[in-house]
Design a protein around this ligand. Structure first.
Ligand SMILES: Nc1nc2c(c(=O)[nH]1)N[C@H]1C(S)=C(S)[C@@H](COP(=O)(O)OP(=O)(O)OC[C@H]3O[C@@H](n4cnc5c(=O)[nH]c(N)nc54)[C@H](O)[C@@H]3O)O[C@H]1N2
Ligand SMILES: Nc1nc2c(c(=O)[nH]1)N[C@H]1C(S)=C(S)[C@@H](COP(=O)(O)OP(=O)(O)OC[C@H]3O[C@@H](n4cnc5c(=O)[nH]c(N)nc54)[C@H](O)[C@@H]3O)O[C@H]1N2
Ligand code: SF4
Ligand SMILES: [Mo]
Length: 712
């Protein structure tokens, strides 16, 4: 007898687009995953990763029970033993070395799981540690800092009104591959096409990306040149009398300081640094200012670089000064149904304290991850001795992976909450694996506040979890309960996985909503287009919009002192591919078969100058080390720029238990990115725009034999 087939609807939790999936199951088996055509937000769009959720669910390498590392290998243990050991080790280290000796890191999938947005923070609070790190510091930190300083809230991050704008400039983002970020925009291709028909899409990127190719206009920029380019545009707005503040006029302070700060950043001065001709800079900003509505959107390429905060500041300024902030067709804040993040408590804080070794500033009670390895490796009061990694793979995802490898090996204790043994979790003493994502319910707090429309959606689990499995939230509750007992602390209030979203929905701005109500709308509920509100929010907070935060002004001299480009420089940038997601999608056959995408792309001229040709193995070096990767010629890059994806090279490290990923070619980008380099104001990692040297790794004939076989 075969089990009945059931159809489930669910938002995809892999990337920020939140596409609607239609998942057909039979008993405990996934039969198919297809787009949900009835999802009003994603309108039938998905990508191959949505379908690969089946592979995560079925992957034999996915841990289903806690494991302990022993001299003879990994040993499966009971949950009781696992929890007791973790709590005892953390308690001992805390008692001996103080609370800050226990550090934690929350990785990217935390943002895609309601429970991981709440429960880990509660646990770290109970531990009393201030050594908290998150993947925001390899990613969004500059934007959050700038919004905190300008608007008073780290999550007042204005979202492009892509469906109504007449003109959009995308700088340092590639939504055709990433499907959008800090802009939840399912079906970006469809929305971009509609925008092109209505107006104009302009892309500024060092590579002619997939997004550049569908845009109306693409301009190459020298990596790291964004702050110069964008602040020169601000200069033009003042110089040519184009500043229009509209309804924000009476609410802005610091305008004169901005004008003063950009006085010397003329298009001509900027052109020498960003390699965009002065006339092009003038043209882009004049068109932008003249459009009936326009929005500037800067993403990872403008954040994870030397001047991330200044570039993000300029993005906000351009929207503000052209009257496009907080207006339809410009950049607006959302009105989320379950408002966890727009609260006063989540507003953020800055530089209340600094890291012990390098003095990098705190932001929103977290520290920049570029400081983590040195905090573990440098002896002295406050040295980190224990580490809790949650849904993260720092060795692959953070600068100087080899240093992190060394640091993790030195720890007295490490626990990972993760379902894979990867480059990072292989250092753990204990791994606590949560249940499969399809076995948990799903509510997005974060990406619904970054969405291009107000929408809400709750989905029940597709499968019941096996009796012995634990959800992420159950793992954290068990740890909190035992830790509170062990340390004689007041027992924290332990919430179920759905308690908080339900409470927030019931008390939110949309009467009648609750989880029960949302269950009647499995395709999600559209709550309307974005609408202006920043003005009112500022008034309510009795504050002005600070156009010229001191911490950003203080970074201008560093920008002005930036040396002019070396004529023969070769700068490295990153790249995402639609079949990847950071480091953790390489174990699935359907995403890694066919044409491979791990190569270093270089302009043919740069390759010829180094006597290199397609398919050769190259040695790529920076001050901190080298990696060997296959090179591939690309006309999509200008001479002087090379491009490599991150998240590869599982097979180059011992002990990684990812059977398929281990067989794939490629090396880890972050073995050559330097943790000593960071954005000034925020301490965000620099993952783009640093110099490399590239040379043949071997004699050409030998190289062909050495190059790992790639599928294309
Ligand atoms: N060179 C370079 N480096 C980069 C970037 C770049 O552009 N260039 N991008 C950076 C960015 S933007 C980011 S966000 C980071 C991401 O980097 P990280 O956050 O460090 O890691 P990921 O590669 O996303 O790995 C996610 C881990 O979470 C686990 N996981 C998945 N789902 C769950 C779950 O539901 N619960 C739990 N407990 N675990 C789960 C997976 O098994 C995997 O081990 O990488 C950064 N690194
Ligand atoms: N398929 C896929 N989708 C993903 C992910 C993934 O790994 N794979 N990761 C998810 C995550 S965690 C994030 S944060 C988002 C990121 O979302 P995006 O920001 O859209 O992602 P990227 O593709 O890294 O785009 C960065 C762009 O910046 C360009 N760039 C590099 N350096 C510079 C520079 O100095 N100046 C300018 N102007 N541009 C520069 C790069 O060429 C690239 O096109 O994607 C998410 N979606
Ligand atoms: S675009 Fe993102 S949300 Fe949509 S199916 Fe792909 S991974 Fe999932
Ligand atoms: Mo990210």
């Amino acid at each position: 007898m075969t089990a009945a087939r059931t159809v489930h609807f669910r938002a995809c939790h892999i990337c920020e687009a939140l596409c609607g999936l239609r998942i057909e199951t039979e008993g405990q088996r996934v039969v198919s995953i297809r787009p949900d055509d009835e999802d009003p937000f994603s309108r039938g769009h998905i990508c191959p990763k949505g379908v690969a959720i089946q592979d995560i669910h079925e992957d034999p390498d996915r841990l289903r029970a806690p494991v302990k590392r022993t001299a003879s290998g990994w040993e499966t243990i009971s949950w009781d033993e696992a929890f007791d050991t973790v709590v005892e080790r953390l308690a001992e280290i805390r008692e001996r070395h103080g609370a800050d000796a226990v550090a934690s890191y929350l990785g990217n999938p935390s943002a895609h799981s309601g429970a991981l947005m709440t429960h880990p923070a509660q646990f770290f609070g109970l531990l009393g540690t201030r050594s908290q790190y998150t993947s925001a510091s390899v990613d969004t930190l500059p934007t959050q800092l700038v919004c905190h300083l300008m608007y008073g809230h780290q999550f007042y991050t204005p979202i492009p009104d892509i469906d109504r704008t007449q003109h959009m400039v995308i700088i340092g983002g590639n939504p055709m591959a990433s499907n959008g970020s800090m802009m939840t925009v399912p079906d970006f291709p469809g929305r971009a096409k509609a925008l092109s028909r209505r107006g104009k899409l302009v892309v500024i990127d060092p590579r002619r990306t997939e997004t550049a190719k569908i845009a109306d206009e693409h301009h190459f920029i020298r990596p790291g040149g964004d702050a110069w380019l964008l602040l020169a545009m601000v200069h033009v707005l003042f110089r040519d009398g184009l500043v229009r503040l509209n309804h924000l006029e009476s609410r802005v302070s610091g305008l004169e300081a901005v004008r003063e700060a950009v006085r010397d950043i003329s298009p001509v001065a900027a052109a020498a640094r960003c390699r965009v001709p002065a006339e092009t800079i003038e043209k882009i900003i004049h068109e932008f200012a003249a459009s009936p509505s326009a929005v500037m959107y800067g993403r990872l390429g403008t954040c994870a670089q030397d001047f991330g905060s200044l570039a993000q500041w300029a993005v906000q300024l351009i929207n503000l000064l052209t009257g496009n902030l907080d207006r339809e067709g410009g950049a607006l804040l959302t009105h989320p149904a379950a408002d966890l993040l727009h609260t006063e408590r989540a507003a953020g804080s800055y530089a209340k304290r600094h890291t012990r070794v390098r003095g990098l500033p705190e932001f929103a009670d977290t520290l920049p991850v570029v400081a983590l390895a040195e905090e573990i490796l440098t002896p002295g009061e406050g040295q980190v001795r224990a580490f809790i990694s949650v849904a993260s793979n720092l060795v692959a995802g953070s600068p100087d992976g080899r240093q992190l490898d060394r640091a993790f090996a030195e720890l007295d204790f490490m626990v990972s909450i993760d379902f894979y043994i990867n480059e990072t979790t292989r250092h753990a003493h204990i791994i606590l694996p949560p249940a499969s994502p399809l076995e948990r319910s799903h509510y997005d707090y974060l990406f619904l506040i970054w969405a291009v429309r107000n929408t809400t959606r709750y989905n029940a689990p597709v499968f019941d979890k096996p009796a012995e499995a634990r959800h992420d939230w159950e793992i954290f509750n068990a740890l909190m309960e035992r830790y509170a007992r062990r340390m004689n602390l007041r027992m924290p209030r332990l919430l179920g996985g759905d308690d908080l979203p339900d409470l927030l929905l019931r008390n939110g701005a949309y009467p009648g909503l609750s989880i029960a109500k949302l269950l009647e709308h499995p395709h999600g509920l559209d709550l309307g287009p974005l609408r202006p509100s920043l003005g009112e929010r500022l008034d309510r907070a009795r504050r002005k919009l600070e156009a010229a935060p001191q911490a950003l002004l203080d970074d201008i001299p560093r920008l002005l002192q930036q040396p002019l480009p070396e004529p023969d420089e070769l700068l490295l940038i990153g790249r995402r591919h639609v079949r990847s997601n950071n480091s953790w999608m390489n174990n699935y056959h359907r995403l890694t078969k066919g044409k491979s995408n791990h190569q270093l792309l270089m302009n043919p001229q740069d390759m010829a100058a180094r006597s290199m040709s397609d398919g050769m193995l190259a040695e790529v070096r920076t001050d901190i080390g080298g990696i060997r990767v296959v090179v591939k010629a690309s006309d999509d890059l200008t001479p002087g720029v090379a491009c490599l994806p991150h998240g590869w090279g599982q097979g180059q490290r011992d002990g990684v238990r990812l059977d398929r990923a281990n067989t794939l070619p490629g090396a880890s980008f972050n073995d050559i990115s330097d943790a000593r380099r960071c954005d000034g104001p925020s301490g965000n990692a620099v993952l783009n725009g640093f110099p490399i040297s590239v040379s043949p790794a071997a004699h050409p004939a030998e190289s062909a034999a050495l190059a790992p076989a790639s599928a294309d």
